[in-house]
Design a protein around this ligand. Structure first.
Ligand code: ADP
Length: 567
């Protein structure tokens, strides 16, 4: 380019993103951001184009979780931004790094009823850690770096960059652009991470040593911190049983002899000291309160977010990055080692209970029940996944019964290989997560096991799977509706619309497998163990987009899965 060559904001955004290390983007193009997407592609960024910003947003949030780099969502103005809020809110509640970039209406026409006019900065406010509107092209590089840096600092989360359409059309010379980029880059402020003090470390070690029934709990914050190596060392040096949260599963293999997953109630109900690493004591962990936990349990919380420690008021809070904190804990233990050992009464109680529960579950799983309940196909899927070995596939799971049963039956052997409805219990994340996982980890197969209701939220994205030829197999547990179709007592249904389908029901026997065939993907309809086994063998080895439509008995499973008390 000659010195006087002008470049517009679309290219400047793309250049800033590329400098910040962004290599993938998700979104839906249209006025005024189509050129921005094209410029990003020209800068070497892969742009995955979706049908709906909601799925693209879920993809961006999961991409952030899987890679540690903020996932980028690009949307059009107004309604595009509103659809994108689903993804942004999902990132906020899960604590995943993500940036939404939206075009917005012309600044001079704002307030006069412009095309897709919306105060987007106000709209995103509940869901972001930080937001900025670039009011002039010169503000772009700084704005891009700021949203990316905020999204990944401290507890990760969502950030928002607003670029009005008039700004997208502004230009600067190439040398001005380079200077703007250089200045913004050198002015980047990355938060320093606090180290846990020696006194706190000593207190933690002394508490752990004195504990009679210690437990280590870890969650998706530990997965973000990539602390698996340090966790393994910590668990094996101390001999303390561990319990992963649903997405913490896989940081240490589920088959580890100290895994307390199958003895969860005993582990959390009886432990006297719980070291909780990167997991909030929220609804998923019963708020750390009785009756699930003992009232005398002493929590040691390891969390990067000081606010989290202030909120939970644990016995001891270790504020800092989990990886660094566990490194120091391991080092301290090394100087004066201790290990509970297999014959320690607590370890023995946990392992015996786990064995007992596993054999009870296996007895249930061993039966071939046709028409399918949830257990039989889940066992067949589990065995097919285990047979794949390493690299283990990334498992995407959603639905009420499908996700609940899947969590107990499916096995996680490697870190960050499970994505599910998460902290916000978001349904409809499946296809977006599948696409993010396939893009983030092309060496891994992606297997989604989801209910027909969860699948339906974003089923059109199977076209996106086929378009990009992603190695994704979507297994739909089809029981004809939310929780399994119409379960109402006919006597209680009255009124002029009593003959309408139940609010919980879909078309029975829906041919979801045909949907993907419309785009050239592979579909399977299965209802017996042999049919399912053969579909899994073929689709897993093909590593091409496929949908396996599994017919499930509509009377199997419970309403609201395991959360009936909340419905
Ligand atoms: P889960 O759903 O698996 O229980 P949560 O999302 O509730 O996990 O909790 C994750 C926690 O991890 C959050 O409180 C977050 O602040 C924390 N966290 C995130 N990154 C890190 C990190 N690098 N080190 C320590 N804690 C972290």
């Amino acid at each position: 380019m000659a010195e006087s060559t002008l470049l517009d904001s679309n290219l400047l955004v793309a250049k800033a993103l590329a400098r910040a290390g962004v290599d993938r983007m998700f979104g839906v193009v249209g006025i005024p951001v189509t050129s921005l997407a094209n410029r990003a592609v020209a800068m070497g960024i892969r742009f995955i184009a979706f049908h709906n910003e909601q799925s693209a947003g879920y993809a961006a949030s999961a991409y952030g979780y899987l890679t540690g780099l903020p996932g980028i969502l690009l949307t059009v103005s107004g309604p595009g931004c509103v659809h994108g809020l689903a993804g942004l809110s999902n990132a906020a509640v899960n604590g995943w790094p993500m940036v939404m970039i939206s075009g917005s209406c012309d600044q001079k026409d704002f307030g006069r009823g412009d095309f897709q006019e919306l105060d987007q900065i106000a709209a995103v406010k509940p869901f972001v850690k930080f937001s900025v509107k670039a009011k002039h092209i010169t503000e772009i590089p700084n704005s891009v770096f700021s949203v990316i840096d905020h999204a990944r600092s401290g507890r990760p989360g969502g950030c928002y960059l607003d670029i009005p359409s008039d700004v997208l059309h502004q230009t600067v010379t190439e040398s001005e652009a380079n200077k703007l980029l250089d200045d913004a880059e050198s002015g980047r402020k990355i938060d320093s991470i606090r180290n846990v003090g020696n006194d706190e470390i000593a207190k933690a070690i002394s508490l752990i040593r004195k504990a009679e029934r210690p437990l280590i709990v870890f969650g998706k914050g530990a997965a973000i911190a990539r602390v698996e190596g340090e966790l393994k060392e910590f668990v094996e040096k101390t001999g303390i049983p561990f319990l992963p949260t649903p997405m913490g599963k896989g940081l240490l293999p589920d088959c580890h002899e100290l895994a307390a997953t199958a003895a969860r109630s005993l582990a959390i109900g009886k432990c006297d000291v719980a070291v909780v690493v990167g997991a909030r004591l929220n609804w998923l962990l019963h708020f750390g309160e009785p009756p699930k936990w003992s009232k005398d349990v002493k929590f040691i919380l390891v969390d990067i977010d000081e606010g989290e420690i202030e909120l939970r008021k644990p016995y001891l809070g270790l504020v800092g990055d989990a990886k660094r904190t566990l490194k120091v804990l391991n080092k301290e233990i090394k100087d004066d080692p201790f290990c509970l050992g297999r014959s320690h009464p607590w370890v023995e109680a946990i392992t015996n209970k786990a064995k007992e529960n596993v054999s009870r579950m296996e007895a249930q799983l061993a039966k071939d029940v046709v028409p399918f309940n949830f257990l039989t196909p889940m066992r067949i899927i589990r065995d097919a996944i285990i047979a794949l070995g390493s690299p283990a596939p990334i498992l995407v799971s959603e639905g009420a019964n499908t996700m609940d049963v899947g969590r107990s039956v499916l096995v996680q052997m490697e870190p960050r290989t499970r994505l599910d409805a998460g902290t916000w219990g978001t349904m409809g994340v499946g296809l977006g997560y599948c696409i993010a996982a396939a893009v983030a980890s092309p060496d891994r197969l992606v297997v989604a096991v989801e209910g027909d209701s969860g699948f339906g939220f974003s089923a059109m994205e199977v076209e996106t799977l086929v378009r990009y030829q992603l190695a994704v197999v979507v297994i739909v547990f089809n029981n004809g509706g939310v929780y399994g179709g119409d379960r109402r007592n006919p006597e209680e249904i009255t009124g002029p619309f009593k003959d309408d389908p139940a609010p919980t029901s879909f078309v029975p026997g829906a041919a979801y497998h045909v949907l993907i065939e419309a785009f050239g993907g592979k579909g399977y309809l299965v209802g017996t163990p042999d049919e399912l086994k053969s579909a899994l063998t073929e689709s897993f080895s093909a590593r091409k987009p496929a949908v396996i439509n599994v017919t499930i008995d509509p009377y199997a499973g419970a309403e609201s899965g395991r959360m009936q008390h909340k419905n």
